[in-house]
Design a protein around this ligand. Sequence first.
Ligand SMILES: NC(=O)c1ccc[n+]([C@@H]2O[C@H](COP(=O)([O-])OP(=O)(O)OC[C@H]3O[C@@H](n4cnc5c(N)ncnc54)[C@H](O)[C@@H]3O)[C@@H](O)[C@H]2O)c1
Length: 323
Amino acid sequence: MRLLVTGGAGFIGSEYVRELLRGTLPTAAPTAVTVLDKLTYSGNLANLEPVRDDPRLQFVQGDICDAALIDDVVRGHDVIVHFAAESHVDRSIEGAAPFVTTNVLGTQTLLDAAHRHGTGRFVHVSTDEVYGSIAHGSWTEDWPLAPNSPYSASKAGSDLLALAYFRTHGLDVVVTRCSNNYGHYQYPEKVIPLFVTNLLDGGTVPLYGDGGNIRDWLHVKDHCRGIALVQDKGRPGEVYHIGGGTELTNRELTERLVEACGATWESVRPVPDRKGHDRRYSLDITKISQELGYAPTVDLVTGLAETVRWYSDNRIWWEPLKG
Ligand SMILES: NC(=O)c1ccc[n+]([C@@H]2O[C@H](COP(=O)([O-])OP(=O)(O)OC[C@H]3O[C@@H](n4cnc5c(N)ncnc54)[C@H](O)[C@@H]3O)[C@@H](O)[C@H]2O)c1
């Protein structure tokens, strides 16, 4: 099986590639893996360093919006796992154009090429943020999409396009929608690595609004296991949720990170709330659990402790990124 992984030099995509090549994911070992990545600020070849010498790995630097390149790269691959995206909500509030270009047009360019070349399976990695915010209960996969940020709106556009290529063209598409990921190799602009690296440096951390926004936390290893299950056994045209099973307010998360880094609450700096900040995300994961046997395996206490240790031990990875 020949796999094309877009965004494979980013946080989640690189974990997928590393674990695919190590043979630890619940899917058949690939004969070849092509990583296609533009290497934007969040793409980093150092993330692929542990598997750099694997002869099955090929890296192509390029943009998913480049139709000629994509046509060339997609040819000959059996499966596409599509991670490439502009991924940071705060940046989308500052400027939405790259989000619409990469997330919507780039995904459509890939889908067109996959359709043209008869790609066997297209796994589209989406997000729980496409649903907006939920006060009580949890979203099921048939919930209407109501995104609030330019990021989540662009992801909703790409998510719906992917499903449209299944319905219109019969392309074998599966969509995953996951909760907030954390773990090693995450670019230090997202809340957990930002807070951990600031605290390890003796700095302060910005807590939005009243700190009451709730997120479900999913370790990147569990996310990649879920994606592999969907890649192998998901039904064509279906959406699958991948969640971590631990909801925390941002304040509770901050308390845990402050403690894990040996800091005090003095390091926490309240800042005005993010514009349009979704209050709560919550995914129902019954479908993937019952159909594909998925369950999260990394509990948050262990996962956070390992993550803090990794950032503490790998300054060489993140210090250049923080400038
Ligand atoms: N991190 C999370 O908590 C989370 C949660 C839900 C969904 N997701 C989704 O998972 C996917 C991966 O997220 P991540 O956290 O690893 O993001 P990331 O920002 O770490 O990685 C994105 C990667 O895509 C590449 N890229 C960006 N634009 C590109 C383009 N035009 N052409 C080719 N490559 C391009 C970047 O260089 C980078 O390597 C995204 O689709 C994101 O929306 C992430």
